[in-house]
Design a protein around this ligand. Sequence first.
Ligand code: UFG
Length: 338
Amino acid sequence: NSGKYLVTGGAGYVGSVVAAHLLEAGHSVTVLDDLSTGFREAVPEGAEFVEGRVQDAGRVLDASYDGVLHFAAHSQVGESVQDPAKYWRNNVGGSIELLGAMREAGVRRLVFSSTAATYGEPLRTPITEDAFEAPTNPYGASKLAVDHMISGECRAHGLAAVSLRYFNVAGAYGRYGERHDPESHLIPIVLQVAQGRREAVSVFGDDYPTPDGTCVRDYIHVADLAEAHLLAMTAMTGGDSGESGPGEVPPGTHLICNLGNGNGFSVREVIETVRKVTGHPVPETPAPRREGDPAALVASAERAINSLGWHPSRTDLAEIVDDAWDFTQRYTGQAGTS
Ligand code: UFG
C-alpha cells in the first residue's frame, strides 16, 4: 500500500534520510528544498526534486498527495539568537504558507520536525511531553510556535498531524549524513579532529552539575529517527493492515512525541567513544560554557513507543559514532563537499 509524499527539506540531513526510508518502503517522494543549507546530491535517487522554498509548496501540492513531512527550517541555535527575525520569517512564515497550501489542495496529513529545544531548561529528566515549554532561544521558540499553529489547524480544519521532538540526532545512513557548514554539532566536530581536519575539540564547560561536569545529551541514531516518521504517517493513514491506525491519530488530532533513547552521554563520554571507535587521538581543550546550553537533556520516549509502536534499535553510542565515522571518511572532507 504505497503512498505519495512531499518532503520539505529533503536535501538536508534528517530530511534526506527520511526520504530514503520512504522510497525504500515503496512510496513515491517529491523533495522540495531551496538548497540554502541542503545539498542537491543528498536528495535520494528516485525522488522527484523541486528546487524552491516552503512558501512554494502550493505549486507542488495537489490532491494526489497522501501527506507532507516538513523538515525545511533553519536550525542553528546560536544563529537564531543573533538573527531571530530570520527564524520567525522562515520557520514560522514558511509553515503558515505550507498549512494553507495543504488545506487548499486537500492534503490532510502532516509529520512535523519539532525539537527538544521547545522545552528549554528542563525542570526534571527524563523529559516527557507534558513538561513545561519554555524555549531559551528563538530557534526553539519558532518550532514551538509552529507546534501551536498545527494544533489550531487540526482543531479548525480537520488536519491529522504528528510532531516529533528530536533530541540529539546523530549517526548516518549510508551516504546520507550530517554535514553542516559551518559545523557546530559535537559528534561531527570530534570526528573532524579524529580525521586530522581540526586540531582539537573545545569542551564547552566542565563545571555543570553532571557526573563528570560536562553536558549530558540523549543521542539518537538518525535511522531510528527516520523509522518513527514512517510509523507516524502509518498512524494517520492506517497503513497496510490498519492495525496501528488511523485510530491513533484521526483527522482533527495532533500527537506530539519525543524521540530519544532515554540514555544520556556526557561530552567527555562522546569524545572517549570517538577515540575508541576511530583509533585516533582526539586532543581536547577546555572552553567556557556555551550560552543557552542546559546541563542535561534526556528524553522519555514512552509516548512514541506506546502510541506509534516505535522501537529504537541502534541505541549503542559506539554504533552511532561508527556510522557517523564511516560517513565522514567516505563522503566529507574533499573540497566543496563539507
Ligand atoms: N559541545 C562542545 N564542543 C563543541 C560542540 C558542542 O562541548 O565543539 C557540547 C555542547 O556544549 C553541548 C553538547 O556538546 O553540551 C552537544 O552540542 P550540540 O551542538 O551537538 O547539540 P545541542 O545539544 O546544542 O543541540 C541539539 C540540536 C539543536 C537542538 C538542541 C535541543 O542540534 O538543534 O539539541 O534539542 F535545538
